[in-house]
Design a protein. Sequence first.
Length: 306
Amino acid sequence: MCDLLINSTPGVGKTHISVEVAGNLAAKQLVLITTQTGKNIEELYQLAMRLCPETENRIIRGRSAGTPGNIKPGNLHPEDANCYNYDEVEEAASKGFSPGLVVCPFCHYNDLCPYKRQFKEIPKKGLIIAAHESASTMAVKPDVWIIDESPIKAFLRKKSVLPGAFLQIKGRFPHESALVLELFQQAAENTLQEIRKYSDRHVARLYATNPSAEWQGQNTLWVETSTDGLRQKLTRDLTIFSQFRGETVPKYHQRLYYDEKINYFALKWLRIALGEELGVAYIQIKKDQDKPISYVLLHNNVPKYV
């Protein structure tokens, strides 16, 4: 199957034609259509039911909080809840971990879980409609993937963590590597004091990776803090958070979450900053009395089967 991009003004029928084509293909193949929001998903599903009612049409919905008593069987509506352990799921996700790896395996409601059932009941052929983000969690590779509306926000993830997210990691480091993180934070605090002196400047960035076009010309954090010579040592010390030989991905993430108790976004920020993973890492400083300093990372979240 070749790649095809259709670009046109709104209202000419791109979505209508895509669903019609998807319905025809779904008679013999597994077709995935992804879009941006829950409202878009519902509209696509209703359109699919109207244009191709004989096709096996399914919806994959994101998690929403609920208890066993308020879950409805079958295809869920937007207002339906489909996760019985939502608080813990949110806690894991806020630290950068996949709930499916660290929370769901130990959930008491696994046998009842409507969210998981969606993935277990994916047919070998038919039409699946989901949000762009859900494409990354599907264990089954679709034969055809139709992307409705831009997926850039979903697949180019931007996350930020506060300085405290690095404390658990820093606590496991020898003195020199821990000092690098302290110097990064000191550089951010010095910059904050500088911009507070000037009313016309409200935001600054200190890039650990190459600065983007708008910020070209400034020194990286490594140069600014004179720590470039410690990068190799920091890389070695960071291997204490690497996956063990023979350790499965779920076991690895469970160890980091439950035993190491680290923030995975903070770990990923460091790996990107060191060049171990692709992405962008910087510290953002702004005139904000509440959270003036945050560590920002941008990374690719495109499904592995692409």
